[in-house]
Ligand binder design. Structure first.
Ligand SMILES: NC(=O)C1=CN([C@@H]2O[C@H](COP(=O)(O)OP(=O)(O)OC[C@H]3O[C@@H](n4cnc5c(N)ncnc54)[C@H](O)[C@@H]3O)[C@@H](O)[C@H]2O)C=CC1
Ligand SMILES: N[C@@H](CC=O)C(=O)O
Length: 781
């Protein structure tokens, strides 16, 4: 049976709402038999520490205030989450424990570790009861019954046996942070001890994975609160994770990783605030490319040290499980030590060290093996240009340390990140649909890659057709993809495609949909979950049911991903750009009209009755103007979709059926299948010839027009055939051209007009390249 450990930190349990969210995660993502490790809720540990300090200072007023605060915080949580009979029993257990603490205070028997343990015990008990209340089989465990240390050493065999109590048919909610010594006394596992509890328990129960649920969406290239363009990495290899942890990365901790050494247990850092968001997986060597990170070294002490012997810095750093850095200045040797370990290190150096400065700051740049020296030199030059003086630079193969004269502000950190980290990002491109447009897009890609690669490295890594797909994470050559396809393409299975996308270890990924497939467009939410940007010529997602469409947009926004669909309307014409630009400039679009179909424009312009209309339809299909099934064009549905895409672009919350439609084909051909259509083309010919004759009788010609009117009191949205004068702008359009006429507050009497080819494989492929260019440019910033 495969088991998992899920660990939830204090911020994930800080309120009743957070408990709801955590319970949802457990019920949806964990299974019975799994272990749920919890920290103390919210600020509980801080309050318990305050209580301990007040006890030591014998501050009676503070003691009673802090006890009251603890009681209030815990009982509020209990009352908000539990109902009878659980509420009463948990409240009365809490009252008993608080009375015991008071008694221990009064009799001077309070013990620090035992006091602090209450935070985790309360969380575990409350969560287990809350899960039971939700009809889940859950049981709370006190980790002091599971984890024993003797002389500070974990008793692995004993612990493993004790962990057999963690049942396979229940959710095992275990306290993090605490353990017991051989005499049964409480001991704590130190800072970030709950993460350590989680990986230890995973080892003892042979779990397959450990998820550390926290308040960030995984591990970033640098602090995302300081650098907006910090990159969230999907995968980090263990060696880099270890190094980051030793350098003090706030998300990963050195101790957490130790139990996983030599195991295949998967470690994932995920956000409990957005459980569906992508996460960071710590994978074994070789399964992730090496990344770059900038970690701030804040709150360090500078010690002057005498007589350091060879290898001593390494030994000391192993003891504290944190990297230490030393440098010589003049005749003196200095050691840079995280402030919390300063006393311990001074004690180990037995009188050979002096604290010369506190609160020094610097940074560590972690990079791919071998790049440390070059990066150190580059960082030094960039910082010098930005008036930052360095006191000490220590380059190593896979990282470098820089000690600055002054603390690095956000602007300078951003500059450094942009120039040293962002440049190492790559964009992986997956193209689906290699028909008319797709094939030309790939032909143009080879040349275009040269241009894109000047912005950021872009690689074609996947090709997808309706039956088969081809993947190569190291890159496919767009010039000879057909040869590789012949020998290496595998059947297209959407689940496999999604696996490939999630596995792809690139900082940026984009799926380019040049299919006309509705079912393929329905995979977009999963592409987004796998961290992919979207570019599409396909119109189905943009015209999908409103709730689905809005949820997709929300999801993209949440993950800071882009969706570009410039070519879904007007092929390569910049209609979406124009509308967005007007909106961004504060204008208000009042009317949007025109001819939005290349096929229908071409057909209407060419039809003069000398040739059956249906023959022209087949020519339009041949030329790659029409949809794969031209009935999508003739039914007016394609234009209806385009009008909806533009209406949504303008902020309207419409669905397809809100747009009135009159078709350019008889209903019988719409209702029948493709064979019926082919067998009855004569019905189409008669239908169109009759309408054309009626128009000619009025000295007019037929055009297929779209109209959107957005006045405050009325909304007109319709597409259909329109008889127009022969000198009308719609009538004089070149065959195949589209025209978009925009009336807005600023373009009221003299409208803004965009006109040009509205279909065709070359222009459409070029429009998709435009989307890819703008995506690459925005990612490369
Ligand atoms: N042809 C044009 O002028 C324009 C076309 N478009 C849009 O571009 C898209 C492609 O148009 P064309 O190249 O003309 O169509 P096409 O029919 O020639 O090519 C579509 C390709 O997608 C593949 N495909 C179908 N279902 C698939 C699936 N589930 N997964 C992967 N691949 C699948 C097909 O095998 C085919 O090779 C359509 O959505 C169309 O509306 C947009 C603007 C202009
Ligand atoms: N079939 C469409 C192609 C572009 O979207 C058209 O003819 O306009």
């Amino acid at each position: 049976m495969s088991r998992a450990v899920h660990k939830f930190g204090g911020s994930s349990l800080s309120s009743a709402n957070r408990y709801h969210a955590v319970a949802n995660i457990i019920l949806s993502q964990a299974s019975e038999g799994d272990v749920i490790v919890v920290s103390a809720a919210g600020k509980t540990t801080d309050i318990l520490v305050k209580l301990w300090q007040s006890y030591q200072q014998q501050d009676q007023q503070a003691l009673s205030d802090v006890l009251a605060l603890l009681e209030q915080h815990q009982s509020e949580l209990i009352q908000e989450l539990l109902v009878a009979p659980f509420q009463q029993s948990v409240l009365s257990a809490l009252a008993g424990e608080l009375a015991d603490i008071s008694e221990q205070i009064n009799t001077a028997q309070l013990q620090e570790a035992q006091l602090l343990a209450h935070g985790e015990l309360w969380s575990a008990r409350l969560l287990a009861h809350y899960l039971k209340q939700l009809d889940a089989n859950a049981r709370a465990f006190d980790a002091r019954q599971l984890l024993t240390l003797a002389d500070g050493q974990l008793q692995h065999e004993t612990n493993k046996q004790a962990c057999a109590q963690l049942g396979l048919t229940q959710y095992n909610v275990v306290t993090g942070f605490i353990a017991a010594d051989e005499a049964g006394n409480t001991v704590t596992l130190g800072r970030n001890g709950s993460d350590y509890s989680a990986t230890l328990l995973a080892r003892y129960i042979d779990a397959q994975s450990v998820s550390i649920w926290t308040d960030t969406q995984g591990v970033f290239s640098t602090d995302p609160r300081k650098v907006k363009r910090a990159i969230r990495y999907g995968k980090i290899c263990r060696a880099q994770a270890n190094l980051l942890a030793r350098l003090g990365n706030p998300v990963l901790h050195a101790k957490t990783l130790t139990p996983l050494k030599d195991s295949t247990i998967k470690l994932v850092v995920r956000s409990s605030f957005d459980s569906s968001s992508a996460a960071t997986e710590i994978v074994t060597e070789g399964l992730a490319k090496q990344k770059r990170f900038i970690t701030n070294l804040d709150n360090y002490d500078l010690l002057k040290v005498a007589d350091l012997h060879e290898g001593e810095v390494g030994e000391l750093s192993r003891v504290i499980q944190h990297a230490l850095h030393h440098f010589d200045h003049g005749d003196d040797t200095f050691l840079l030590v995280p402030a919390q370990y300063s006393n311990q290190i001074s004690a180990l150096l037995t009188g050979r060290s002096n604290l010369v400065e506190s609160n020094v700051s610097g940074l560590a740049i972690v990079c791919e093996q071998g790049a440390g020296h070059t990066l150190a030199a580059q960082a030094k030059a960039i910082l010098a240009e930005n008036n930052v003086t360095l006191r000490f630079v220590s380059p190593h193969d896979e990282y470098c340390i820089l000690l600055c004269e002054q603390q690095l502000d956000t602007d300078r950190l951003t500059i450094l990140h942009d120039q040293l980290v962002s440049v190492s990002q790559e964009l992986a491109v997956i193209v689906a649909g290699l028909g008319n447009v797709g094939a030309v897009f790939i032909e143009q890609l080879e040349k275009q890659l040269l241009r894109l690669n000047q912005l950021l490295p872009v690689k074609l890594v996947g090709l997808v057709r309706s039956q088969h797909m081809l993947f190569n994470p190291s890159g496919l050559n767009p010039e000879n993809w057909t040869d590789t396809w012949q020998s290496q393409a595998v059947p297209f299975i959407s689940k496999e495609l999604l696996n490939h996308l999630s596995e792809l270890d690139y900082e940026h990924k984009v799926v380019i949909d040049i299919t006309a497939s509705e079912s393929f467009s329905q995979l977009y939410p999963q592409f987004v979950d796998a961290g992919c940007h979207l570019i599409c010529a396909n119109k189905y997602a943009g015209t999908a049911e409103l709730n689905w469409y809005q949820a997709l947009q929300e999801n993209l926004k949440l993950r800071n991903l882009q969706w570009r669909y410039n070519t879904s309307v007007g092929a390569g014409l910049p209609i979406n750009f124009a509308l967005n630009d007007l909106l961004n400039s504060g204008d208000k679009v009042e009317r949007l009209t025109g001819v939005f179909s290349g096929t229908l424009s071409w057909l209407c312009a060419h039809y003069d009755g000398s040739q059956p209309f249906s023959e022209l339809v087949m020519q339009a299909k041949e030329m790659g103007y029409s949809e794969p099934d031209p009935r999508e064009d003739l039914s007016g549905r394609d234009v209806q979709r385009k009008l909806l895409i533009l209406a949504r672009e303008l902020g309207l919350t419409l669905d397809l059926d809100d747009i009135e439609l009159s078709p350019l084909m008889p209903q019988a051909l719409i209702d029948g299948d493709w064979d019926f259509f082919i067998d009855n083309l004569v019905l189409l010919d008669e239908y169109v010839s009759k309408l054309a004759a009626q128009a000619a009788a009025q000295n007019k010609v037929l055009r297929y027009a779209a109209e959107l009117e957005l006045n405050a009191d009325k909304l007109v949205a319709k597409v259909g055939l329109k008889p127009v004068d022969k000198d009308d702008a719609l009538a004089t359009l070149k065959p195949g051209d589209n025209i978009f006429v925009i009336n807005s507050q600023w373009y009221q009497d003299n409208p803004l007009v965009i006109q040009g080819p509205g279909a065709g494989k070359e222009v459409t492929a070029a429009g998709i390249h435009s989307d890819l260019y703008w995506l690459s440019k925005s990612l490369a910033k």
